[in-house]
Unconditional design. Structure first.
Length: 129
């Protein structure tokens, strides 16, 4: 019984860590968008990135309160799709050199890690269905 309780605690810690990680990602993303140059292109890219990047954590948190396993799987899938869209916008920022700093590249790395984690969670949830 103690091993099961320990596993439940570890699962809760992992979920909390991912919730915190997605929140920190969104905070860093907001700062990056604020640092973009003032241009029409940067404005459009920034708005799109803000929408997709801040919804990763919001959808993951919704998944934690899912009403069923199917609902959980669906919300995690939405979160991973938003992460993939954020990856696109971050790639666009880095390849068009919208910023001189490495902030976008670092966020791109973090975004790719989040995608891998979310896809793994989704696959495991489907397998255990």
């Amino acid at each position: 019984m103690k091993a099961k309780i320990t596993q439940v605690k570890a699962d809760q810690d992992y979920r909390n860590d991912l919730s915190q990680r997605t929140l920190e990602f969104a905070i860093r993303l907001i700062a990056l968008v604020d640092a973009l140059p003032k241009s029409r292109a940067a404005d459009v890219i920034g708005r799109q990135l803000l929408r997709s990047g801040t919804s990763i954590g919001a959808n993951y948190r919704e998944a934690q309160r899912a009403e069923s396993r199917d609902d959980f799987i669906h919300k995690v899938a939405i979160s991973s799709k938003e992460a993939a869209e954020s990856e696109y916008w971050l790639e666009l920022i880095t390849q068009t050199k919208q910023l001189a700093s490495r902030d976008a590249e670092n966020l791109l790395i973090e975004c790719r890690e989040l995608i891998a984690i979310l896809l793994s969670i989704g696959k495991k949830a489907k397998a255990n269905k």
